[in-house]
Design a protein around this ligand. Structure first.
Ligand code: FES
Length: 166
């Protein structure tokens, strides 16, 4: 094992020894679930929003992962990273941003980070920075399989994750 690999493994072990924000969030405003048909792993991400200066911000995030250690480590870091971000800021984050504390993911593990990104995109679907008046609902523009396929992350052609029914 190269130094780089063992360094990566150490970071993963540290992260999963004390995962942050793991578990279902009972009062969540939104949830996103994706799975990877190739490895059979799955990540679910819950978000709770708050309002700050007229903008919708992520108050807290939590996750559950039925998956590999890398997916758990990235999801744990992502939920910490998301706190206090506006919805638009969160939409800018891709899998390499979310997994940055681990360094770059080895090729075999890239899809693990992408799965967390996919769950975040599902949870943010239809949300915007502008907070809605109570009673208003946001309409997701891509609520069909085709719409899902046209999401920016999926357009890159490397995100092999699928939305799962909740
Ligand atoms: Fe599939 Fe990590 S091996 S999510």
């Amino acid at each position: 094992m190269s130094n780089e690999d063992s360094d990566f493994e150490d970071k993963i072990q540290d992260a999963i020894a004390n995962p942050q924000n793991m578990g279902e969030m009972a009062d969540a405003d939104s949830v996103g679930t994706v799975g990877n048909p190739e490895c059979g792993d799955m990540v679910r991400l819950w978000l709770k929003f708050d309002e700050k200066d007229g903008k919708k911000v992520i108050d807290k995030a939590s996750f559950q992962s039925f998956g590999c250690q890398t997916a758990i480590a990235v999801a744990s870091m992502a939920t910490e990273m998301l706190k206090g971000k506006t919805v638009d800021e969160a939409k800018e984050l891709d899998s390499s941003d979310l997994s940055k504390p681990l360094g770059s993911l080895p090729p075999m593990k890239i899809h693990c980070g992408e799965m967390v990104e996919g769950a975040l995109r599902e949870a943010l679907k239809g949300d915007s920075d502008v907070s809605e008046a109570p009673g208003e609902t946001s309409q997701s523009p891509g609520n069909t399989l085709l719409g899902d396929m046209n999401q920016p992350a999926l357009k890159k052609g490397k995100l092999k994750v699928v939305k799962l029914e909740e």
